[in-house]
Write a protein that binds this ligand. Structure first.
Ligand code: GUN
Length: 267
């Protein structure tokens, strides 16, 4: 990507990402800082707009509108979750479609679930996971992929991407009865629940690929995943650690999508 950014600079193009963060969610603070650092490293201009916990929906809509109308900006990301006085759906739909760097707008989600061809942005964590699977030559075609967690940011788009890549997909979630009976049949297991160490070694099929999207704290305050890594690693064929597994891939996907939107806006 660095070479691509350098070439853009030589052509007089300055890729620019705006990240808006409202309130003081501690995990969000870390994500936003890491995104900013990576952008700077690549030569992508990154603007962080920090607003207080009591920022109103009208104020946030006005801020988004300002960047929608700013032609020098190629991507707008509103960090989730938002404080409770602000409606997430309204905010996502306020971002101009050509700047929807998260792929959260209904039009882009529709394309994903239709397996539309051509470029459109996709939620960054699932996209980064697909890049990781591809890098390690783990081909989802014909494999049983089990998704644990039905969030709009990870679980749902992840299932769609894997289905589009030829996997047989099972969605499981908080209401699923006997979760382990599903996870034990997974060739590819994606866990995104926010529950520390939810998935134990006995719930994993020997040789399975295990992708842990969790960013949880254990009883000692240590950062851990949704999978009991220390035991699961002896059963899995491949497994991502927390931290350092999926997180960096999410940021990579965000940078890639910023560059894609920059190209679309400037070609
Ligand atoms: N919060 C957690 N992950 C994400 C993400 O990928 N995008 C946004 N906007 N907020 C998030």
């Amino acid at each position: 990507m660095k070479a691509e950014v350098d070439a853009m600079h030589e052509a007089g193009i300055e890729p620019k990402l705006v990240v808006i963060i409202v309130g003081n969610d501690p995990a969000s603070q870390i994500y936003v800082r890491n995104k900013h650092r990576k952008a700077i490293k690549l030569g992508i201009t990154s603007i962080i707009e920090r607003r207080p916990q009591d920022f109103t929906q009208a104020e946030l809509l006005a801020l988004i509108d300002q960047y929608n109308r700013d032609d020098s900006v190629h991507g707008i990301l509103v960090q989730l979750p938002l404080p409770k006085q602000i409606d997430e759906t309204t905010i996502i739909r306020a971002i101009a479609i050509e700047k929807d760097v998260d792929g959260f707008r209904p039009e882009n989600i529709g394309k994903l679930f239709n397996n539309s061809q051509g470029y459109y942005p996709v939620s960054c964590t699932p996209k980064g996971i697909m890049t990781m699977l591809s890098h390690y030559e783990i081909d989802p075609r014909g494999q049983h992929a089990v998704i644990v967690g039905d969030s709009n940011i990870v679980g749902r788009p992840m299932g769609a991407l894997l289905l589009n890549a030829g996997a047989t997909v099972t969605y499981t979630h908080i209401l699923t009865k006997d979760l382990a009976s599903f996870t034990r049949t997974a060739d590819i297991l994606i866990v995104a629940t926010g529950v520390a160490h939810l998935i134990k070694a006995a719930a994993i099929k020997p040789g399975a690929t295990v992708i842990d999207v969790g960013m949880d704290r254990d009883e000692n305050g240590k950062l851990v995943g949704d999978v009991d890594y220390d035991h699961a690693k002896d059963v899995a064929g491949a497994i991502t650690p927390v931290p350092g597994g999926v997180g960096p891939m999410t940021i990579t996907a965000l940078m890639q999508q910023t560059l894609e939107l920059t190209k679309l806006a400037t070609q």
